[in-house]
Design a protein around this ligand. Sequence first.
Ligand SMILES: Nc1ncnc2c1ncn2[C@@H]1O[C@H](COP(=O)(O)OP(=O)(O)OP(=O)(O)O)[C@@H](O)[C@H]1O
Ligand SMILES: [Mg+2]
Length: 482
Amino acid sequence: MTFWASIRGKILLAFFLIVGVSFAVAATNLTTLVSRFLFDQRSREDRITAEKLAVSAASPFESVSAEELNRMLEENAASLDGRIMLLDADGKVQYDSFQRMCGVRLEVPEVLQVLVGGEREAYGTHTPGRAVVERMSGEAGADYVAYSVCEITGAAGRLGAVLYVSRVQGMMDSLRDVTWQLVGVFLAITAGALALAMVLSQVLTKPITTLSTTMRKMGRGDLSVRVPVSGSGELRELAENYNTMAAQLESLDKTRDQFVSNASHELKTPLTTMKIMLESLIYQPDMPEDLRQEFMGDMNHEIDRLTGIVTDLLTLTRMDSGEAQAKREPVDMSELTRETARMLQPAADQHGHTLTAEAEEGIILTGDQGRLSQILYNLTDNAIKYTPDGGRVSLTLRREGKDIVWRVRDNGVGIPREDQDHIFERFYRVDKARGRDTGGTGLGLSIVHQLVTLEGGTIAVNSEPGKGSEFIARFPEGGPSK
Ligand SMILES: Nc1ncnc2c1ncn2[C@@H]1O[C@H](COP(=O)(O)OP(=O)(O)OP(=O)(O)O)[C@@H](O)[C@H]1O
Ligand SMILES: [Mg+2]
């Protein structure tokens, strides 16, 4: 990443552009304003001087009173810091306060403007070279000279013009000083702004750099890294959100590892049992026939168990990946309840349980028949399994307000309070040893939980050890909102 592509570079550039450009504009405007002000003031003064001279020179000029003219010019020249010349209508110098150019025809542009162009007055500054400036204004080492020309009019019309040569080098010098001062101030401010932008961008981008480094570490597989949360505003929020995400990923990763190890363990047990039995069959060819039959029967049972576990695992992973397509169809819940009871009647009979199904008529729910059926099947299967022989298991289906509710009740072993929070977790069994005997894997309720959630419902349990349990699955009548 090049410097200018980074946020730091962009902040710096933006800062520089904003501060630099605005100050450049401001400085230029200010210089123009100041110079125009100084210049205007000076030119106005010079023009007024020329005009006054023209007025005072008019009558002596007309009456060709050389003495009076000379006196007037001497008086004025003494008080003015410049040179006065009187020109006749042809532009020839008649009087000169420096007494040097009498009789010379002057070709100064302002003179031509007045005498040839017919303007009343004219003003201009020039840089004709130091020699000329010195010859014209008498100022040595100066680059600038200003000419103010004003026509002299008498009764008969235009008589000639006054040329007032003023020294403007001082003004030009101060103008240049002001300009340089402004440029200096402008450069200092821009440099200050740049330094500030450097510090600011460093402070601003630090959290982002840290986040980036952390993410890289996480990308390499270390899910335990977190970014320090500091400061306020969006960057703080970003850090917090990132940490939440990282925590979730980490816990997801742990859950997955645990799931895989649990699943392998569950699959390994029946496989080990089967291997032992199979080896006995192989290495004891003279095994009694009834024992051989028993081993075969047990192996068949283990295979059923394995198949069951694998089916459950597939169901879970399919739900996790969101692969399973939900059906949205009207399901006759009353019929489904009775059918499940019928299906599990043989299992209940085996344990001498009384299994009853009590369903309100005509309850239709929009949902997935297969999933709903599995929910009730798993709950009833548990009720039968975790109730000592000769117990009572009842299924009820009822409308409660806007909900459709299944209750699966038994008078079995019950679930201790501390276990109730965990029974919906994968592979969780209250009594590990008991689970193995009854063939439980601890997946049934986690499947129920996930299915109920997918159908937009909730699942709850009420249970007291020794007295029995009640599982309540509640579905919104309209089906899952989507
Ligand atoms: N009706 C019940 N009465 C008492 N305990 C129950 C009941 N239902 C579930 N449990 C307890 O909750 C645990 C988890 O039940 P779950 O259905 O998830 O697993 P399982 O029945 O052991 O195995 P699986 O259903 O996967 O074959 C059970 O092992 C059992 O200890
Ligand atoms: Mg179960």
